[in-house]
Design a protein around this ligand. Sequence first.
Ligand code: CA
Length: 229
Amino acid sequence: MVKDKIVNRPKIRAVFFDQDGVLYNSMPYHAKSWAWAMTKHGLPYTEIECYRNEGRTSTGVIQEHHMNMYGTDATPELIEAIYKDKTEHFTEMTGGFPGIIPDVDKVLKWLHTHGIQCWVVTGSGQRNLINALNDTFDNVFSGIVSSFDVRHGKPDPEPYLKAWEKCGFQKDECMVVENAPLGVRAAKAAGLFTVAVNTGPLPDADLADEKADIILHNMNELLNWFKQQ
Ligand code: CA
């Protein structure tokens, strides 16, 4: 097996990309729409809390906050109402499509050209965004794991373990690109090398605390990192 020169691990054959904040520039709109919808339904919530909880499924976000505030589970009706309002607000602000993180298309194209598989591993359940992935990024993806495919969302390792099982490579032939602390926690719990690209407002320390192997700040840095491997 070919060893790379920097971290002395086998050659990477698959990269698992998180979706929101890594592929789509959607987090500012998710944060605004979560804060608006939760607060509307009696669960005051800030945008920065949304970033701290990024990666959880929508049900997980609502349940966690409801438990923190009231010590009880949210009802299915409340979860549905908040999620409906959140999704409508997101769609109003973005027209349904938030755009991509600058230059991430170049990273995907470079990996695809070099025979390295690209996968999407997301806690998202927004079908329109998931369905748009292949059109948006020229069908580079070998597979997509979304909230519809797992029982436990991030920070549970299940989503990343599912992608690893599906791709069929060894763990040290796979790696993760994440932007969120809980996403890094999920990836590291799955035993995968993880590059954090900090595209949001949280401090790098939040990603370091979750044991990200490398922390970068934009997709050009990530592209250059891949080229050096
Ligand atoms: Ca994310």
